[in-house]
Design a protein around this ligand. Sequence first.
Ligand SMILES: [Mn+2]
Length: 363
Amino acid sequence: MPESTSMIEERPVQSEWTSSIDAKGIAEWIKDQRTLLLLTHAKPDGDALGSTVALARAINMIRETSGAVSAAECWYAAPMPEWSKTIIGNTKARIIEDHQPVPSAFDPEGILITDTGSWTQLAPFAEFLKPRLDRTTIIDHHLQGDAEIATRRLLDTNAAAVVQPIAEICCHLLGIDCPSKLPADIATPLYVGLATDTGWFKHSNVDGRVMRLAGQLLDAGVNHTSLFAMLYQRDRASRFKLMARALESMQLIHDKHAAIMCLKLSDFKETGAAPGETGGFVDIPQSVASIRVVAMLTEQKDADGVFTKVSLRSKPDEWDGKPPVDVNQVCNTLGGGGHARAAGCKIRLPLEEAALKLIEALP
Ligand SMILES: [Mn+2]
């Protein structure tokens, strides 16, 4: 079929999700920009916030000390985690609330996106980004992304957190040879990204490289215990009530190897908890020996109606001679993605119907 062949040939060569630049190259590109906008995925997590805040501070620091002309600010699409203000501090940042237009007056020379490279996660910024893709750079560690967003891509898919390549870029920017020499106010947001994306150093993505950087950041002056208290010891009672409902809803399927938990819109209403308060619930059932894969389904509502957000986790070890469940693959069949051990998707269906779709997709 000649039509389809020519359509394939006309696709830009950069459409493949591969790396095209290294940390040093990105540091040089940053120094060439007079104004930089740092973006990350909507509903930013520790890695998204940590990577952008650390980078913004390093960029603004070289401007102050070496007279280089780069200046950076961060934009975030709400909802924000409760502790985000502490991490952001006085770094220049703008929070874009749900369905608010992004400011059009600011026209940065360069745009840097961290911790994602997919349109679905950048939806609130899409209209702003589309006419500016030629000046955009992506730094990410996810296995999938939309390569057309940027021709300059640093994709470190072996990294547990995007702050790992970001730490390297910060070192290049500041002219230092080891993250242990980073200023504490740059090391701290980097540590937040590293610690949160590894579940406080317990997930299967922890390796020597993660622990070496963690050690170097501690040497740089990170206060580990105060960060732990800030991130993990500040729940509201409503989150606990919601957690109880999530656990109560747990169903075991597939010979007790898969656990499915569901939270309905009414669960949020009745407990007074916010949709952003489900973080970490999906990890809890993994303490049950038989369970290999966990799904957390959360019913939510937006301008287009009701939808179900799905988070999946799987244990890394083989069982009964079977390989671990690749939850990235499962989510791919449902229009989402992520990592082999942790992935997610959004299903445009009410909770019960979404659960049936998911059960079908699980191996
Ligand atoms: Mn990340």
